[in-house]
Design a protein around this ligand. Structure first.
Ligand code: SER
Length: 320
């Protein structure tokens, strides 16, 4: 492992679905005073950490924050997700790409030693083999979000090859957690379903019942992210982005799993524009390279994830 606990870390998009959970884990490793939270708006969740209001498109403001705190590592999590970016394609492209360039350029100029940037299963497209999708395959994404992720992967590798930037990346599947809310993604149903099951006992799903997608429980995703960032540089042989496999299921299957714990729960289906997006993505992921290069092993299967999600959400709701 290569950890420098003195490094100052900046999380951009700290208030988002991944940011909030990553902040909590990085606090445990580096201590809250070494983890600087940045987001376009403030939140109570950052009470332990230094906080900076930041629009990642403002390169000068970003540079000033990096200098002010002596930041060495950046986790860049600010982005428009798949469904939101379809509604505002040019802004989605601008935010996702220019934000990445602003951070990569700081690393190119040696202000940073390490960068984390997430890619996604959305970087694949309808011509990609959909089952057990390999690391290297046809990639013709059809969403703005997916196009920005694929292009971003190429740029990350380019900055590594040309300028020696230590950038690391994972192609996340849909992420499911109880601590933070998702926003604007096609896989968000797999989080909403839990809240609605407990609050209302019914859920109307915006994807069809047989629409299988690759998913992952948040503790696995956060563990993978930190494991990749702590891996010795020579183990990180892929500088585009790593496939990461977790669980694969469709809405009907997760609904049945929830019913084992909430017998009265029922689901209905009303697919909308997100159905087409979901159908352009893989159903399951082959992550051989992540396993071989830096020792990735997922911990949660569907049963274990559903049980843990319901346990924590029920606990939260009984406290309220
Ligand atoms: N979960 C994301 C989305 O649905 C994919 O990376 O947009």
């Amino acid at each position: 492992m290569s950890i420098n606990k003195e490094d100052k870390i900046l999380i951009i998009g700290a208030g988002g679905q991944i940011g909030l959970e990553l902040l909590e884990e990085l606090n445990k490793i580096y201590g809250p005073s070494n983890v600087i939270a940045a987001d376009i708006r403030s939140s109570n969740a950052f009470s332990q950490n230094p906080f900076e209001t930041l629009d990642v498109l403002n390169a000068e403001a970003l540079f000033n924050i990096v200098k002010k705190h002596g930041i060495k590592q950046v986790y860049l999590l600010a982005a428009l997700l798949s469904a939101t970016a379809e509604k505002n394609p040019l802004f989605g492209w601008q935010l996702n790409m220019q934000g990445l360039f602003n951070v990569l350029d700081l690393a190119k100029e040696k202000h940073l030693t390490k960068v984390y940037w997430p890619s996604s299963i959305a970087a694949f497209g309808p011509t990609t083999p959909r089952v057990n999708t390999p690391q290297y395959t046809v990639m013709e994404p059809t969403t703005v979000y997916g196009i920005s992720k694929q292009a971003g992967e190429r740029w990350c590798e380019y900055y590594f090859n040309k300028y020696g930037v230590d950038v690391r990346s994972i192609r996340y599947p849909g992420l499911i957690g109880y601590k933070s809310a998702p926003g604007g993604g096609t896989t968000d149903y797999a989080v909403h379903i839990f809240h609605e099951a407990l609050e209302k006992g019914v859920y109307e799903c915006f994807l069809g019942e047989n629409t299988a997608l690759p998913m992952m429980y948040m503790p696995d995703a956060i563990r993978a992210t930190i494991q990749l960032m702590h891996a010795p540089a020579e183990q990180v042989k892929i500088r585009g982005s790593y496939n990461l496999g977790g669980i694969s299921f469709d809405p009907k299957t997760i609904a049945n799993e929830i019913k084992k714990h909430v017998p009265s729960f029922s689901i209905t289906y009303k697919p909308d524009f997100r159905q087409q997006i979901a159908e352009s993505w893989p159903q399951s992921i082959n992550d051989t390279e992540a396993r071989q290069h830096w020792g990735w092993v997922p911990e949660y299967d569907l049963g274990k994830m559903v049980q843990d999600m319901l346990f924590h959400l029920q606990k939260e709701k009984s406290v309220k």
